[in-house]
Ligand binder design. Structure first.
Ligand code: GRF
Length: 190
C-alpha cells in the first residue's frame, strides 16, 4: 500500500476527501503525515482529528517559495515517514527542482480549472471573468512548470448565467472531492 504525505496551506477539504476515501476503502493508501506552511490551517486540525501526524513548516520570510531550509525540513519529514508520494492539496508554495527530482512522477496536484486553461492562481476567478461556459478541475503530476505536468484526470462543471463566483467555486470543489480520490485510485492501480 503506498505511503502518502499530504501538503496543504488552507481548508483541506481535498485532504478530507482523500482521508474519507481511504477510510471507506475506495483508495488503498496510508497517509503518513500532513504538512502545512500555515500554522493554524484547518488542514492540520483535520489531520489531528483523524490521528494523522501533522507538522507545520515555517517558510517565512519567503511568500511563495519553499526556501532551502524549509525544503530540507520537508524532505527530512518525508524520509522519516518513508513517504512514497507527495499529494498537494491546496499547497500554495512552488516546489523546487531538488524536491521534484527526489519524487519523480510521485508528486500530484489538484488545480481548479481544466488545464491547460487558466493555470496559476485564482483559476476559478480567471474562468469566471473570462466568461467561458465550462470549467472544472484537473488532477495532474507536478513537473517544473506551473500546472503543466501530465494530466491524470479532469472533471467538468458548467458555468450558468446565474452563477456567481461563489456558486462556481462551490461546484468546482464538489467535483474536486470526487476527482482526487478517483485519480489516486488510477495512479496507485497502474
Ligand atoms: C482547491 O480548489 C485546489 O484545486 C487548489 O486549492 C484549493 C484547495 O482547497 N489547488 P482545499 O484546501 O482542499 O479545501
Amino acid at each position: 500500500m503506498p505511503s502518502i504525505a499530504i501538503l496543504g496551506s488552507g481548508n483541506g477539504s481535498n485532504a478530507q476527501a482523500i482521508i474519507n476515501a481511504i477510510e471507506n476503502g475506495m483508495v488503498d493508501a496510508q497517509i503518513v503525515c500532513i504538512i502545512s506552511d500555515v500554522k493554524d490551517a484547518p488542514i492540520l486540525k483535520r489531520a489531528h482529528k483523524h490521528n494523522i501526524p501533522s507538522h507545520y513548516i515555517d517558510c517565512s520570510p519567503s511568500p511563495h517559495a519553499l526556501r532551502d531550509e524549509a525544503e530540507q525540513s520537508v524532505l527530512a519529514l518525508l524520509d522519516s515517514y518513508k513517504a512514497e508520494y507527495i499529494i498537494l492539496a491546496g499547497f500554495l508554495r512552488i516546489l523546487k527542482e531538488s524536491l521534484l527530482e527526489r519524487f519523480p512522477r510521485r508528486i500530484i496536484n489538484i488545480h481548479p480549472s481544466l488545464l491547460p486553461s487558466f493555470p496559476g492562481l485564482s483559476a476559478g476567478e480567471q474562468a469566471f471573468k473570462a466568461g467561458v461556459k465550462e470549467t472544472g478541475c484537473t488532477v495532474h503530476y507536478v513537473d517544473s512548470g506551473i500546472d503543466t505536468g501530465d494530466i491524470i484526470l479532469q472533471k467538468r462543471v458548467e458555468i450558468h448565467p446565474t452563477d456567481t463566483l461563489d456558486t462556481l467555486m462551490n461546484k468546482i470543489h464538489e467535483v474536486e472531492h470526487i476527482a482526487y480520490p478517483e485519480a489516486l485510485t488510477i495512479v496507485f492501480n497502474s
